[in-house]
Design a protein around this ligand. Structure first.
Ligand code: F6P
Length: 318
């Protein structure tokens, strides 16, 4: 294998550039050539390729977003689109591909593998909802970004003795919400993985009032309902006048933390080296601090669980 390519797909996440850099530099280190594919699977179909030599990845280690841009591709969902992508790759002499993205992006990577193109996935999403790895690239940065914003909200919440609902991203999973809740010392966390009773929540809120809490913070995962819906339900059921903050896309931006920079560097290097030794159809993961490979299908077919220990902490330490 002399020439491999790398692309980013799905929602961007902090650390993707560090992973791109690691793939490119490891490839050059091994005396081979690296190609960057622009705009994910869209660029794969259009043959939008750029050379990724050492100068091309200079100065990007700590830059947020992705220099290769990202997109969600409807064309790649069709057989025709995938055939076109494969033809373009073969014509450009590309013999292997690293796909950086979430489990949605890995469906595409698996299809390419099945068509005979060696492919390795690198999990990059702020949601951390990918099985086969303890953490995904960007998750730690998103937790820290939310923490910084919520510490500011705490000041105003406590000055006014207010109840705040903060909606965080995470798609259908509660990983981001749970770690944000523990990191901010939130009183409650509401996640899609656990049933919610607004009546019970109101009762707990009234009990916390008895404990003379100066303010209350609820961290709500977007996969449950919107913060405004929860505000209305708390108003209707318990007469609470909650204030609402939706953190939104701010959680996907910014420079990666040291943790994400190191994780992305390790995963990118490991992905390139896995291709060089003939691996394919696999995803890189970080399990108990070690780089491992698992089947791409695992990323979407296996449900990753929330830590019962962290859930317990929110309740014990509120
Ligand atoms: O998967 C990452 C993520 O930021 C989710 O947390 C969020 O639900 C989704 O992407 C938003 O997607 P889009 O960029 O398409 O609006």
């Amino acid at each position: 294998m002399n020439r491999i390519a790398v692309l980013t797909s799905g929602g961007d996440s902090p650390g993707m550039n560090a992973a791109i850099r690691a793939v490119a530099k490891t490839t050059v280190y091994n005396g081979k050539e690296c190609i960057g594919v622009m705009r994910g699977y869209e660029g794969l179909i259009d043959g939008e390729y750029i050379p990724l030599d050492r100068p091309a990845v200079g100065g990007i280690l700590h830059r947020g977003g992705t220099i290769l841009k990202t997109a969600r591709s409807d064309r790649f969902r069709t057989e025709e689109g995938r055939k076109e992508a494969l033809e373009k790759m073969r014509a450009a002499g590309i013999e292997g591909l690293v796909v950086i993205g979430g489990d949605g992006s890995f469906h595409g990577a698996k299809l390419l593998h099945d068509m005979g193109m060696p492919t390795i996935g690198v999990p990059g999403t702020i949601d951390n909802d990918v099985s086969g790895t303890d953490e995904t690239i960007g998750y730690d940065t998103a937790v820290n970004t939310a923490l910084e914003a919520i510490m500011k909200l705490r000041d105003t919440a406590s000055s006014h003795d207010r109840l705040f609902i903060v909606e965080v991203m995470g798609r259908n999973a509660g990983f981001l919400a749970l770690e944000v809740a523990v990191a901010t010392g939130a009183e409650y966390v509401v996640v899609p993985e656990l049933p919610l009773s607004i009546g019970k929540l109101c009762q707990t809120l009234s009990e916390s009032h008895v404990h003379k809490k100066s303010h209350t913070l609820i961290i709500l995962a977007e996969g449950v309902m919107t913060a405004n819906e929860m505000k209305n339900q708390l108003q209707d059921t318990g007469g609470y006048d909650a204030r609402v903050t939706v953190l939104g896309y701010i959680q996907r931006g910014g420079s990666p933390t040291a943790f994400d920079t190191i994780l992305a560097s390790r995963m990118g290097a490991y992905a390139a080296e896995s291709l060089f030794v003939g691996k394919s159809g696999l995803m890189v993961g970080n399990i108990s601090h070690r780089m491992v490979l698992s089947d791409l299908e695992r990323s979407w077919s296996e449900q990753k669980s929330l830590s019962p220990e962290l859930l317990g902490l929110v309740e014990k330490l509120n």
